[in-house]
Write a protein that binds this ligand. Structure first.
Ligand SMILES: OC[C@H]1O[C@H](O[C@H]2O[C@H](CO)[C@@H](O)[C@H](O)[C@H]2O)[C@H](O)[C@@H](O)[C@@H]1O
Length: 561
């Protein structure tokens, strides 16, 4: 699914930069080579002149000599990242009034203030050059100030922005938080959805849809109704995108009820421009053009999931070419869309649009029923991804079968806990939340330094032993709000472990990291296709959000125990 296989056209600039990337790879070799750099660099002059100069470069034996390549890069390109200039956020103050009132321990408070000050390092605005000559940049000219994840991730990313905003709200930087949302809204106005990231070549896919959650959190802090009113039309467009032909699948359950659910599906069937040399190598053993096209679509669709890459999407966890993301109905994606529906119903009611509110309340009820029928596994007390197994590639209605639920354990199996009505419903059943909690406790995911992404050590970055800030946050917040005392205390324990590991790694390396290794306190994560990154937007956001929620008493040690 689906029957049509859409592909977004590539911008001529991206095609050229990809050729440059491939030539640079031939010159420099794989050691320390980051293909993303070549699609991030801005042109100094027009594309035609740059292409002509590129064609004139000497190529003895088919390879450009290092010195010629370096000279060409210096003459014709700006530095990667030079098109987003540092811009101190106007609402940043060194110690905001009311900042983390429950953090009493002086060491933790001093560190939290350092993490808070990292917003200055990560804040940027798009340079005037990009607005004047957009055709010379892959960077998109976002209108408002931005906050980037950090290091090689020099541009705005969609789902990262949710946890960046959670941190900004703890830092009382409400205007910066709103600018981020306004930028994402500007993307919906142009493309109809929020892009994976703010570069042209990310326009063939989105990322986990958390825009409504960003608006919700900002509204809860600021009470800004005009902001909600401005956001609502874009949220409606985004909802249509995630329920349009490419993302929608119908599954009929055992009672004969048909459920509409969503999956990830990128409009792309070629190597990802930011990782083309890697994707081509991964596909090198595939023999036919259609096998390669299918693989590239699976790769891009996995990038849309945010979990790039993981055994979660592979039928053979040691073979990346078995990625089957478009054939999987992910439990977390449907939980996010369920939340989007609840949020839209809430916002519409706030601004007096009752008919939209009722329509989305009905949509949320249907999604809630679908989540229960398709994903819930009463034996394991978890929500499991559902695999679409069928002979034909584009069935209209899939028949649900129990053995197509993926019984492997992933942190995503617990993400519905994050959606508040799930908590309410779980609690109605008294012991239900305790059962899900027990299932989490016996899952093998809980470790000394946080929640592992999965149980399989595949070398992929969204697998064991890596722990990611967003996953810790959603599960901890879900347990905290569940109404169960026991769940809240487990949540606090996970948050404490996570804060300690972030602190220890920061003291050792002087940086916040993109991911951590949950097997040991203070150990950073690894694996995957690029070097571990620092900065780092969502990790900073989650630490600040945890410290705001749980505080840190004066007499509790912050060092690894
Ligand atoms: O360059 C390779 C891939 O990198 C991104 O994915 C990873 O970083 C993102 C930014 O922090 C994060 O949102 C994502 O969950 C990570 O896996 C990018 O999103 C991919 O599209 C890209 O191919």
């Amino acid at each position: 699914a689906p029957c049509s296989e859409p592909v977004k056209p590539t911008a001529p600039l991206v095609s050229f930069l990809q050729r440059l990337q491939s030539a640079a790879f031939a010159t420099l070799g794989p050691d320390g080579f980051d293909p993303k750099l070549y699609v991030d660099i801005p042109l100094k002059t027009d594309l035609a002149a740059t292409e002509e100069a590129f064609a004139r470069l000497p190529r003895p034996g088919g390879v450009i000599p290092v010195s010629d390549l370096e000279r060409f890069l210096g003459d014709y390109f700006g530095k990667a990242g030079s098109d987003l200039v540092h811009a101190e956020p106007a609402d940043f103050v060194a110690e905001p009034e009311g900042f983390l009132p429950k953090v009493e321990n002086p060491k933790v408070r001093a560190w939290a203030l350092e993490v808070h000050s990292l917003w200055k390092n990560l804040s940027r605005r798009v340079s005037d050059e990009v607005r004047e000559r957009p055709e010379q940049h892959t960077l998109l000219p976002l209108p408002w100030p931005v906050v980037v994840p950090g290091s090689r991730f020099r541009e705005v990313y969609y789902w990262d922005s949710y946890w960046i905003i959670r941190g900004l709200l703890a830092s009382k930087m409400y205007d910066t938080a709103k600018s981020i949302v306004n930028n994402l809204i500007s993307l919906i106005e142009i493309y109809g959805y929020v892009l994976n990231g703010a570069r042209t070549h990310y326009s063939n896919r989105s990322q986990p849809p958390l825009l409504s959650s960003m608006v919700f959190e900002i509204y809860m802090r600021t009470g800004d109704l005009a902001f909600v009113k401005k956001s609502l039309p874009s949220l409606l467009k985004e909802h249509s995108f995630w329920n349009s032909a490419i993302h929608k699948v119908i599954i009929q359950d055992l009672q004969g009820c048909k459920h509409s659910v969503s999956h990830y599906y990128a409009m792309w069937n070629k190597p990802r421009p930011e990782s083309a040399t890697i994707d081509e190598e991964s596909a090198s053993n595939l023999t036919t053009a259609s096998q390669k096209e299918n693989f590239y679509r699976q790769v891009a669709s996995t990038a849309e999931s945010g979990w790039d890459f993981s055994s979660r999407w592979m039928s053979n966890s040691s073979d990346l070419t078995t990625l089957a993301t478009t054939s999987i109905i992910p439990v977390d994606l449907n939980a996010f869309i369920y939340k989007m529906e609840l949020d839209i119903a809430f916002f519409a009611k706030l601004i007096g649009d009752n008919s939209t509110s009722e329509k989305f309340l009905a949509a949320s009820k249907a999604r809630q029923a679908a989540i229960k029928s398709i994903f819930w596994n009463s034996e394991m007390e978890q929500w499991l991804d559902y695999w679409l197994i069928s002979k034909s590639n584009c069935e209209e209605v899939y028949q649900w079968e129990a053995h197509y639920q993926n019984r492997n354990i992933f942190a995503s199996n617990f993400i519905p806990l994050w959606i508040e009505t799930y908590n309410t419903d779980l609690c109605k059943d008294g012991t239900m939340v305790e059962k899900v909690l027990k299932s989490l406790q016996s899952s093998g995911l809980l470790h000394v330094a946080g929640i592992a992404t999965s149980l399989s050590n595949t070398g992929q970055q969204w697998d064991f032993p890596n722990g990611w800030a967003p996953l810790q946050h959603m599960i901890v917040e879900g347990l905290t709000k569940s109404g169960s005392k026991e769940a809240k205390s487990v949540a606090e324990d996970i948050a404490i472990r996570w804060i300690r590991t972030n602190y220890a790694a920061y003291m050792k390396t002087g940086a916040m990291h993109e991911k951590y290794d949950v097997e040991a306190c203070g150990k950073i994560g690894g694996g995957g296709e690029y070097k571990p990154q620092t900065g780092f937007g969502w990790s900073n956001g989650v630490v600040l959000a945890f410290l705001e929620e749980f505080g840190w008493p004066r007499d509790r040690e912050i060092e690894c125990q």
